[in-house]
Write a protein that binds this ligand. Structure first.
Ligand SMILES: NC(=O)c1ccc[n+]([C@@H]2O[C@H](COP(=O)([O-])OP(=O)(O)OC[C@H]3O[C@@H](n4cnc5c(N)ncnc54)[C@H](OP(=O)(O)O)[C@@H]3O)[C@@H](O)[C@H]2O)c1
Length: 268
């Protein structure tokens, strides 16, 4: 843990898609702060592995097994938190799917699966959480976005489309619920090493090409996303609402020019 925020002790924090990767790192980070963490995954095994890790580190957590793409199940995650702990202070909407396939080979079912999980999950969990946050006088929603919200990536168009909708939905939530004390912000990771990309980052050539596109010249760690999510949920970020915070080593700050050569980023 880098900074200890006393205000997060005993706060009730829900993290969707927290069995691995960025969601797991965020759940662990809130656990380290003394928050009560509701760990969501589609499987009991996945959720319990993060719950156990939080407990091993001296924190408090419980599992919430649900598919966030199912509106009824998504709502139950929030209701579980409120029924058992009386409130919900922070929702981290992280769960997402990213199937890789050409658009012409994408079925309606595959398209719809991505939209219902990636965007529908925020609509369902966010609306359920905000209803309680408004009554309790405030709360914080953190949405894990992607550079794919504004850049089309070949063979990932359902994902890109879902992230574009997700970013706009987050802005809409900030706009509509801000007056009632609910802050909604997007954390936009760049290249972060997780199971989502481990197969192609395992190729040294791909890895080199990726890191050359990143001014910080390395792939990020899930913990580096988690620390920003934690900060956004504190009073230190009390006037940050409707923002997108890039955590990407500068990846989206520019583009490597192709011609003329003198414009290329020649630093190694
Ligand atoms: N890694 C990157 O470089 C990167 C870059 C930009 C944005 N992001 C974003 O960061 C977030 C996390 O990505 P990641 O790399 O950590 O992915 P990951 O390693 O594939 O983890 C995805 C998580 O989402 C859960 N999940 C998937 N579908 C779900 C559903 N229907 N209901 C509940 N949970 C579900 C998975 O849990 P179970 O399988 O256990 O259910 C898992 O815990 C995503 O929103 C992604 O778009 C990642």
């Amino acid at each position: 843990m880098t900074i200890a925020y006393d205000e997060l002790r005993d706060q009730v924090v829900v993290v969707t898609g927290a069995s691995r990767g960025i969601g797991r790192a965020i759940a662990l980070a809130f656990g380290d702060q003394g928050a009560i963490v509701i760990v969501n995954s589609r499987t009991a095994h996945g959720a319990e592995s993060t719950v156990s890790e939080i407990a091993n580190r001296g924190g408090r957590a419980e599992a919430a097994v649900a598919d966030v793409g199912d509106p009824a199940e998504a709502k139950l995650i929030v209701e579980q938190a409120v029924t058992r702990h009386g409130r919900i202070d922070v929702l981290v909407n992280n769960a997402a799917l990213n199937p890789v396939a050409p658009l012409l080979e994408t079925t309606w079912e595959a398209w719809n699966d991505v939209q219902r999980v990636n965007v529908g999950g925020l609509f369902s969990c966010g609306s359920a959480a905000a209803r309680h946050m408004v009554v309790q006088g405030g709360g914080c929603i953190i949405v894990i976005g992607s550079p794919a919200a504004s850049d089309a990536h070949a063979n990932q168009i359902p994902y890109c489309s879902s992230k574009a909708a997700l970013h706009m939905l987050a802005k809409g939530m900030a706009w509509e619920w801000g007056p009632q004390g609910v802050r909604t912000n997007v954390v936009q990771p760049g290249w972060i090493e997780t199971s989502l990309n481990e197969s192609y980052l395992a190729d040294p050539d791909v890895r080199l090409r990726v890191t050359k596109q990143i001014p910080s010249r390395r792939i990020g760690r899930a913990e580096e996303v988690a620390s920003v999510a934690v900060w956004l949920s504190t009073r230190d970020a009390s006037y940050v609402n409707g923002a997108t915070v890039e955590v990407d080593g500068g990846f989206t700050a520019g583009r490597t020019a192709v011609v003329p050569r003198r414009f290329e980023n020649l630093q190694q």
